[in-house]
Design a protein around this ligand. Sequence first.
Ligand SMILES: C[S@@+](CC[C@H](N)C(=O)[O-])C[C@H]1O[C@@H](n2cnc3c(N)ncnc32)[C@H](O)[C@@H]1O
Length: 445
Amino acid sequence: MAADRELTEFNAPHLARFADLLRQADAQQRLLKLVLVAYQGGVADIDDLGASLQRVIVRPVLLREQPHLSFLLRFPTKDITKNLPVADALALIANWLAGGAFRNAHLHTPTEEVQLAFSKKGKASVRVGKPSNAEVPAAGASASASAATRPAPGTPAAVSAPAAVTTGHNRDKHRFLDPSRPFLHELGVTDAQGHVLPTMSRKWKQINKFIEVFAAALARSPLGQPPRDQQPIHVVDFGSGKGYLTFAIHDWLRHTLHRDARVTGVELRDDLVQLCQRVIGKLKLDGMDYEQGDVRHYHPAALNVMIALHACDVATDYAIHLGIRSGADIIMCSPCCHKQIRPQLLSPHPLRPILQHGIHLGQEAEMLTDGLRALLLDAAGYDTQVFEFISLEHTNKNKMILAVKRAKATSSEEVVRQIQDIKAFYGIQEQCLEQLLRADGLLPA
Ligand SMILES: C[S@@+](CC[C@H](N)C(=O)[O-])C[C@H]1O[C@@H](n2cnc3c(N)ncnc32)[C@H](O)[C@@H]1O
């Protein structure tokens, strides 16, 4: 008896950790599947079926607009499917595992594979590893089919494109947010019945795609993993405009993830600030504020996530600089116009006939500006990706620079050399972000 109690006490934290990772994966829409194997017997409902159970495969599905988990019980000659609302399903799985009904449980997400195993003596252990490629969904890089990835300096493997789960036929990939949430109506995205207004359907897709990218970044960052996933998180959104994305991220973090989140919108235009403050007041939103401010002079107390979507020209550089300086774990920006570098560009000899066309020069200036920003983020200790986060049919401002802070500092000398070579090749004298980082001593000479 005493031995049983000792074993139960030993296993409890491992089971709780696994249950927590499963719950989070589902809540963050990262759950690809859970596979339970090595059935030990003892569950009456299963034993009554009279055949030897090979495995149970659990996947997220949406039934009548409600999230469920679908259980596929695989027997040698038949499969049985059972769907349960998420809370019931998680309770059932926890019950099975606590009762030792399965020897192994494998949790698959786009970014990790978690294994719960019981030894012959019944001792539980949890191991978190990298996913096998087979488990990454084809739509996994759904942030963009054309996502461009780049290896982090010093790491041989490319950082995988941001992946969030769009579970094929069942879960609506545009539904990271619940359209019936009141803020969407207040901001004019939905009607009083919670239906997206036809004129706002592009915005709706953009907002959801943005949350999808953010969810994948959060999952990769220590901010989204134990123990920091239990700690408060502060997000600052610069140039937050009418606040579509600011309110969305607040709602997703607090309402969907149940995180202790504070979200601050910083906006230059006073009329927009007043509008958003009115919505916050009317909906009595906790953990949200909206401030009039200029990103060039703003000093946040502390922040974990820096967002700047479509902040004009060098406002993006100021925002990235502020994120780096504040030690943000995640920096997400979608640049807007690119004015600073264009007048400085020399056309290197072999490129002259191509760059004589103004449109090409503009594209070159954009690519160089954002390419240099990504390299500067690399040099400042971030794994950085540049990709299209939504198709051009929804917005022409569809480029995303996503940076997740590395757990360990790596040498940045090689990246800094690359930056200098590129600048010398194109005759670039000044790039705003580089100047700001240098002034702060945040880049090696
Ligand atoms: C194109 S809007 C984007 C709004 C919002 N982020 C979105 O994606 O829906 C850019 C916003 O940035 C604001 N802005 C421009 N320069 C700024 C600065 N230096 N500091 C703060 N906000 C700025 C503008 O007033 C405008 O509302």
